[in-house]
Ligand binder design. Structure first.
Ligand code: 6PG
Length: 477
């Protein structure tokens, strides 16, 4: 029997995707650069479904029914190009190559265009949910042609997570759209993680709570509007005690956060598109700051305020205030991320349905959360929504939270607890709602030193002031 899909690259993500497909009744061809992994998969998991092991590229291609569908699950970058070049010459018109790795969407656009020339479909797809997700139901974000989705879509929808019976998988848009959306997912993931980490730091620094107590706070929050995978695992991590020392696990882990680069891409592309994704940017910078051990060692002695824990009514209120600040900051981070998707979609003509993106992030992925259903509803009601911040329920929630949000940020400033995520989110909120921004002064400065010109609030046209002359005469530029 021929296989309906093949997976090449059988490290844990590829292996789990293959097993997930087989468990759903699909016959899966298997291939890996070294045959050892292929053999091992069949030996250990062969009983889970129908696998067709292949020990050469030709054997793999021959094992597949047409149109052939090959999922590549290897490292992003050169290894992906190498595997594409290995298989493309063996394929026929109409066959589909799927890249399920974390590729940069610009690479995906390049590969898609090149393979289209050769009559092949190339589907760059985001897959989120880690190893467990890949096996039990990830969130899947495929790009590429609508034609390729017609054959591939049903298989992907089969293995995706389901929320209320709806698969967490939908065709995102042409060429790089899927990987773009996955990139922003990861950027939002960074922002969300940073905000949660700041909440922990605040509860500890301002209330003097122990990690295990803070775990309980997070558990409580997880029963409300913050209900999400990241809050849930945060409680688990905080409650964990290091076996070797008996200390809270979080106190024995080196405080230098690493990254594989998708957050950095999100920020770079945000700058290119001119979209202020300050929450994602601060989260990414916070990770890089944490890793600068030399810089941190050199500055450790710099003076700071006395860190006296809160007492009385302020202390009583504080955890609830942090919950509100976290919720409001999260809304800002997601609002910024969705605006980035909107901008990418416009720039590359992808026609991405933001409601559908929110819908497929409800389950399976790392940022899965109850409130993504509210985001889905907001975009379904108003697809061209300028920002989530003005959408009915979010607007009200953020406005209701603003007093607590301001109070938390000022407490952080007063006690010297760094909260770049909370602070930038609040600054974004205040800047957006401002009648006037000091950008007017920046324009004046630019005109002064560089004759860069400015517009006026009361007249059409572009102007320049002769700053060097006594008269400072203004003229149309
Ligand atoms: C996912 C994750 C996954 C990966 C991150 C980790 O959606 O399943 O985002 O893609 O674990 O890329 O990223 P960092 O190493 O950059 O934190």
């Amino acid at each position: 029997k021929k296989a309906s899909i093949g997976v090449t690259g059988l490290a844990v993500m590829g292996r789990n995707l293959a097993r997930n497909l087989a468990r759903h009744g699909h016959t899966v061809a298997l291939h890996n650069r070294s045959g050892e992994r292929t053999r091992e998969l069949v030996e250990r998991f062969g009983s889970e479904g129908e696998f067709v092991p292949a020990y050469s590229a030709q054997e793999f291609v021959d094992a597949l029914e047409r149109p052939r569908q090959i999922v590549i699950m290897v490292k992003a970058g050169a290894p992906t190009d190498a595997v594409i070049e290995e298989f493309a010459p063996l394929l026929e018109r109409g066959d589909v190559i799927v890249d399920a790795g974390n590729a940069h969407f610009a690479d995906t656009r390049r590969r898609e265009a090149a393979l289209r020339e050769r009559g092949l479909h190339f589907v760059g797809t985001g897959v989120s949910g880690g190893e467990e997700g890949a096996l039990h139901g990830p969130s899947i974000m495929p790009g590429g042609s609508a034609e390729s989705y017609a054959s591939l879509g049903p298989l992907l929808e089969d293995i995706a997570a389901k929320v209320d019976g709806t698969p967490c998988c939908a065709h995102i848009g042409p060429d790089g759209a899927g990987h773009f959306v996955k990139m922003v997912h990861n950027g939002i993931e960074y922002a969300d993680m940073q905000l949660i980490a700041e909440s922990f730091d605040l509860l500890r620094g301002a209330l003097g709570l122990e990690p295990a107590q803070i775990a309980d706070v997070f558990r409580t929050w997880n029963t409300g509007r913050l209900d999400s995978y990241l809050i849930e695992i945060t409680a688990e991590v905080l409650a964990h005690t290091d076996a070797a020392t008996g200390k809270p696990f979080v106190d024995v882990v080196a405080d230098a956060a690493e990254q594989k680069g998708t957050g950095r891409w999100t920020v770079q592309i945000g700058l290119d598109l001119g979209i202020p994704i300050s929450g994602i940017a601060e989260a990414t910078f916070a990770r890089s700051l944490s890793g600068h051990t030399g810089l941190r060692a050199a500055t450790r002695g710099l003076a700071g305020p006395e860190r006296t824990p809160l007492t009385g009514a302020a202390a009583e209120r504080f955890a609830d205030d942090v919950e509100q600040a976290l919720y409001a900051s999260k809304v800002v981070a997601y609002a910024q991320g969705f605006n980035q998707i909107q901008a990418g979609s416009a720039e590359y003509d992808w026609n991405i349905d933001l409601g559908a993106v929110a819908s497929l992030w409800r389950g399976g992925c790392i940022i899965r959360a109850k409130f993504l259903d509210d985001i889905r509803a907001a975009y379904e009601a108003e697809p061209a929504l300028p920002t989530l911040l003005t959408s009915g329920d979010f607007r009200k929630a953020v406005e209701d939270a603003q007093d607590a949000w301001r109070s938390v940020v000022s407490t952080a400033v007063r006690l010297g607890i760094p909260t770049p995520g909370f602070s930038t989110a609040l600054a974004y909120y205040d800047a957006l709602r401002a009648d006037r921004l000091p950008a007017a002064l920046v324009q004046g400065q630019r005109d002064y030193f560089g004759a860069h010109t400015y517009r006026r609030v009361d007249r059409e046209g572009v102007f320049h002031t002769e700053w060097a002359t006594e008269a400072r005469a203004e003229r149309p530029a």
